[in-house]
Design a protein around this ligand. Structure first.
Ligand code: AMP
Length: 537
């Protein structure tokens, strides 16, 4: 007789049910728009998620339909995360800082039935709603307000809508391959593309996020999620906190260094997740205060390369371990995580510091490979190549597209990388940002990492600028650190001995501001256009 095991679907409702049952009193905290700090717990989050799921069902939303959110990280957004997906609808998170045309495109392409949004985005919705004919309901995520109601015909309010939902809502049984959420890529060229995650991919990804060689999250953690919930499901951390029963702290709109430092102390945060630019703000506030980091002992940094100098400050001055992670919208996002191996125990401090700057190794569930221009797999650890990935939580087809997103079963990430003998992957560049000088490649990521370690520089972008002799040459744009005036010659000298001579930028230009998008990336295509003629003569 053959034996068998139970077959229970891996669903998002199972995560929130677990948190409510086994960690009912554990706090979930949210910085609200009115400046207050709202404290709830996992039991209440499950109850209210069920209520909003029920309210949406009553509105007529049906299985698999998209319900959008345009919001920062806060309690109502969390309730929507679990409520929408748990009910079998698709939680379509939208980046509020998109250009209006892209936002309209995304809402229409996804055929969103309902759009939830926060009050600061009311002027945007008031202007754009007429261009979103498929949307049946716009819901402002707050209490009822007559003045706001006048801005959009038929506007609904979250705090009223949730009351129409049933408190005893029972989560439906779903197939684990049912879609759960949808996120569009940043789309620097062409239209944004939608990546639709499933319950199964999300739960498997969450199990990876919490593992010891990943973010090592437990019920004893207080987790501050700064990475936006509108970008790749906040790296899966809301689900990871439910699966472990960790305390979850959502910072709302308050992402400046001082506010983050305050919430880190007030909520005894032990683990935090964010992109390097946000952490740069936190580090300046830390430097200006004698408070220290409190209980914070580790942070995951990704979305863009974490400058080695930033890692060193966190580690040496504050005792905070920086876990470098790499991923993208198409990869849920964890593709690699940097944690040392047993054999690295006796590395010197400097060797360990270098090891931790790499983007890391793939966890179980994903595989990586590098290919050359002819599509042949590269095994030489010294050679760069196009980074490809496959696994349980990697995109297969973009939303609404017939053709596969894969080549021979692998997804091409658009990143150029190396992979060493131990499987540690290092991002050299985005393929389109790599600087091609005289047939050789120069990593803009490496130049930027060096530039921001200069005390006079707070942010940097290296771009390839057309050159009559070398095809392209690197030009470095820098933003001054507070009270500093960077000097071109001094910065160029700083590169000596840090990179090969031919990799040293031709010019350094000090810019007033370094524009970064909401996910921490510099739109380099705009900079390349702006400085295209700089080296022509
Ligand atoms: P997105 O889909 O908007 O999250 O962007 C994904 C891209 O961000 C990747 O393909 C990389 O180019 C970049 N990226 C993400 N994490 C890192 C990292 N740790 N180091 C360098 N680049 C990164």
């Amino acid at each position: 007789m053959s034996g068998s095991m139970m077959d229970m679907p891996l669903t998002i409702s199972s995560l929130i049910k677990h948190a409510a049952q086994y960690h009912p009193e554990t706090e979930v905290v949210s910085a609200e728009l009115d400046g207050s700090v709202q404290t709830s717990n996992w039991k209440t989050v499950e109850l209210r998620s069920g209520q909003i799921a029920s309210a949406l069902t009553k509105l007529g939303v049906t299985s698999g339909q998209r319900v959008a959110t345009i919001a920062m990280n806060n309690m109502r957004h969390l309730e929507l995360y679990f409520g929408i997906s748990g009910a079998g609808f698709v939680c379509h998170t939208i980046n509020p800082r998109l250009f209006p045309e892209q936002l309209i495109y995304i809402v229409n392409h996804a055929e969103d039935e309902v759009v939830f949004f926060e009050a600061p985005f009311l002027p945007l919705i008031a202007k754009l709603h007429v261009k979103m004919p498929n949307v049946k309901y716009f819901v402002l995520m707050g209490p009822k307000n007559e003045e706001q109601a006048a801005a959009v015909p038929g506007l609904m309010f979250y705090d009223e809508l949730i009351k129409t939902g049933y408190e005893g809502y029972v989560w439906p049984d779903l197939d684990e391959r049912h879609p759960s959420s949808l996120c569009y890529t940043s789309g620097t060229t062409g239209n944004p593309k939608g990546v639709q995650y499933t319950h199964r991919s999300t739960v498997l990804h969450s199990l990876t996020v919490i593992a010891p060689d990943s973010c090592s999250i437990s019920a004893r953690d207080s987790m501050l999620v700064v990475v936006p919930m509108f970008h790749v499901n906040a790296w899966g951390l809301p689900y990871a906190s439910a699966i472990t029963g960790a305390k979850l702290v959502l910072p709302g709109f308050k992402l400046d260094g001082d506010s983050l430092l305050e919430i880190i102390h007030d909520q005894a945060v032990s683990f935090a997740a964010g992109v390097p630019t946000i952490w740069a703000g936190l580090l300046s506030s830390l430097a200006a205060s004698d408070k220290g980091v409190g209980a914070l002992n580790r942070t995951i940094v990704g979305g863009a390369a974490c400058p080695p100098s930033m890692m060193a400050i966190f580690r040496d001055q504050y005792g905070v371990d920086v876990i470098h992670g790499w991923g993208m919208t198409e990869t849920s996002p964890i593709g690699t995580i940097n944690q040392p191996l047993k054999k690295h125990e006796n590395l010197s401090k400097e060797q360990m510091a270098t090891l931790r700057t790499h983007q890391g190794r793939p966890p179980y569930g994903v595989q990586l490979q590098l290919v050359d221009d002819d599509g042949f797999v590269i095994t030489d650890p010294q050679k760069q190549g196009a980074l490809q990935i496959r696994g349980h939580w990697i995109v297969d087809h973009y939303f609404g597209q017939e053709q596969s997103a894969l080549e021979n079963g692998w997804f091409d990430t658009g990143d150029i990388a190396t992979i060493d003998q131990d499987g540690f992957m290092t991002i050299c560049d985005r393929a389109k940002d790599v600087i091609k000088s005289g047939g050789e490649w120069i990593s803009s990521v490496e130049l930027e990492g060096i530039a921001v370690s200069h005390p006079d520089v707070s942010d940097a972008a290296a771009i390839g600028v057309p050159h009559p002799q070398w095809d392209e040459r690197p030009v470095l744009l820098v933003k001054a650190a507070e009270d500093a005036s960077p000097d071109e010659a001094d910065i160029l000298t700083y590169f000596t001995d840090k990179v090969a001579k031919w990799q040293i930028p031709d010019r350094v230009i000090v810019v007033e501001d370094m524009v970064r998008n909401a996910t921490g990336k510099i739109p380099k295509q705009d900079l390349r256009k702006k400085y295209a003629g700089l080296l022509s003569d």
